[in-house]
Write a protein that binds this ligand. Structure first.
Ligand SMILES: C[S@@+](CC[C@H](N)C(=O)[O-])C[C@H]1O[C@@H](n2cnc3c(N)ncnc32)[C@H](O)[C@@H]1O
Length: 278
């Protein structure tokens, strides 16, 4: 048409995302408010509801899309059953995942396409609180021709709510809340050292009750993230509906206990976003 250029407007992007800010009205699926409500967990594309304690793939979709670019490296220091690795494949990101339980590492390996495995997706067995993990992640980064990761995901055990193993290095076996927080802080410090400056980290965590008292693990872990140098960017509240297999007939019993005990049944957990200053 006369007078109109055929050239599309150049993309306007932040260094940490592929989102084109010139098209900001087009990203309906990207959340920018702090309350995330999901009715169910996404499945398919390699995701399975097969592990008590995994996070819903939609969280990874939101976090990877907003805080990483295609081909960049997502580091997950509590890999579990591999939600981050599977979503990295789907969204064309690379991933390094560390998990303490060898059988889970083997299991996640079996779920990843062999062309991606040990190439774009690296799965390491180790204790993420140990300095040795920093060395093995750095070694893996060099294999991937990178120096640092571009996004950090931390989804630790919520203290002892679910025991993941008998291993004493497992943070879910920490004997006190303080010991759990100290272990978590060691992992956070390792993650900080492995993340590129100016980039983001996400902590996914819920609180717990002990002896009738609320233990605010989310806020205490946030404070430990701040101690190692991360600055807080956002606190998102997410419902846990999508992660449940259904409480079924026990639901009323919990309601009775809540009424009788004066407390509230957890229906939310946190996704806390941080950045590493330049
Ligand atoms: C909440 S789950 C993570 C689930 C994962 N986000 C997923 O979607 O499958 C926490 C995981 O941390 C692992 N873990 C506990 N302590 C660890 C440690 N010190 N180093 C590495 N992994 C650890 C547990 O074995 C468990 O698989």
């Amino acid at each position: 048409m006369g007078g109109m250029s055929d050239d599309p407007k150049p993309q306007k992007q932040k260094p940490w995302s592929d989102i084109d800010l010139n098209r900001w009205r087009d990203y309906d699926e990207i959340k920018t408010d702090s309350l995330w409500l999901y009715n169910n967990r996404a499945s398919g594309d390699g995701h399975r509801l097969d592990y008590h304690g995994n996070y819903i793939p939609q969280l990874a979709t939101q976090l990877f899309t907003r805080y990483s670019k295609k081909d960049e490296i997502v580091l997950d220091l509590f890999l579990g059953s591999g939600t981050s690795a599977i979503e990295a494949v789907r969204l064309d990101r690379r991933c390094i995942g560390v998990e303490l339980k060898p059988e889970l590492v083997a299991y996640v390996r079996s779920k990843i396409d062999s062309r991606q495995l040990d190439n774009r997706i690296h799965l390491l067995q180790g204790n993420s609180a140990e300095p040795a993990v920093v060395e093995s992640v750095q070694h893996t980064l060099r294999l991937m021709q990178a120096e640092l990761a571009q996004l950090l995901i931390l989804h630790p055990p919520y203290a002892d709510i679910i025991r993941f193993s008998d291993n004493t290095d497992d943070l879910s076996n920490a004997t006190t809340t303080e010991a759990f927080l100290d272990g978590f802080q060691a992992v956070a410090k390792n993650g900080y050292d492995l993340l590129a400056p100016g980039r983001f980290a996400a902590l996914i965590i819920g609180d717990k009750y002990a002896k009738g008292e609320l233990i605010p693990l989310g806020f205490w872990c946030m404070e430990r993230m701040n101690r190692v140098g991360f600055k807080t960017k956002a606190i998102i509240v997410k419902n846990i509906e999508g992660n449940e297999k259904g409480k079924g007939k026990d639901a009323n019993l919990w309601r009775y206990r809540a009424l009788a005990g004066g407390y509230y049944i957890f229906k939310h957990e946190y996704v806390i976003i941080f950045f590493k200053p330049r």
